[in-house]
Write a new protein. Structure first.
Length: 231
């Protein structure tokens, strides 16, 4: 376990952390914990994104205002990111991304400030599939999963093994992804809901659609499954 460069602003602590993998390989992350946070959400980015994604950071801020801790993590190493920018070979390696999210779950369980806290997973794009695979691998640790504009269908057989309540948020104008989400929902045995945000396209760039999605995610993490279920 490794954590450095801690800043405390008001009632929130932000720490740059490093999640070890094999050998000297590690993943860089930003752990932000509001004072008295009683749960934490791990963000799984996808499709060439990183922990600096402005959309996921906006969602993270909404969760933090609700008292939730957040870990925004780069699922690729810096060397892998440089290769991926040219070849795109890592961003669609869903098993690899799923293993990385699982490793981060284990790291959060061992880290003193987050050990034992209820854990949610937030996935965007291909990161949603990685989050669902990790939820299936750690059913005793993950209490809720949220996908925003995600590709849960890429989680394959892991969908049937997820036990945590799952919220699938999709833009109303993102018709192809909406259909893929509905197909994936049909394979989930866990409590789940497909939430459509009217007027939103894939990136939720229209008006306040991203903020609406963020508030839906916040409420799901705070009260998993209590917004109503599709099953």
């Amino acid at each position: 376990m490794d954590a450095r460069h801690q800043d405390t602003t008001g009632e929130t602590t932000e720490t740059t952390v490093y999640v070890p993998l094999t050998g000297a390989t590690r993943l860089d992350g930003d752990l932000i914990l509001p004072e008295h946070a009683d749960r934490v959400v791990l963000f799984a980015h996808g499709s060439g994104s990183s922990r600096f994604s402005p959309r996921n950071r906006a969602v993270a801020r909404a969760l933090q205002r609700g008292g939730l801790g957040t870990l925004l993590l780069d699922l690729l190493t810096r060397g892998e990111e440089r290769v991926d920018e040219v070849t795109a070979e890592y961003r669609f390696d869903i098993p690899l991304l799923g293993r990385r999210v699982t490793a981060a779950i284990d790291w959060l369980e061992a880290y003193p400030q987050t050990a034992g806290l209820p854990l949610g997973l937030f996935g965007a794009s291909t990161g949603a599939a990685a989050a669902l695979i990790a939820a299936a691998e750690r059913p005793g640790r993950v209490t809720a999963v949220v996908s925003r504009g995600g590709r849960p269908d890429l989680a394959g057989e892991a969908l049937a093994r997820v036990r945590a309540p799952v919220l699938l948020i999709v833009g109303g104008r993102d018709q192809q992804v909406l259909e893929l989400n509905r197909q994936a929902a049909g394979l989930l045995s866990a409590p789940h809901r497909v939430e459509v945000v009217p007027g939103a396209t894939h990136l939720f760039a229209e008006g306040d659609t991203l903020q609406r999605a963020a508030l839906k995610a916040r409420d799901w993490f705070l009260r998993p499954g209590e917004q109503g279920l599709d099953m």
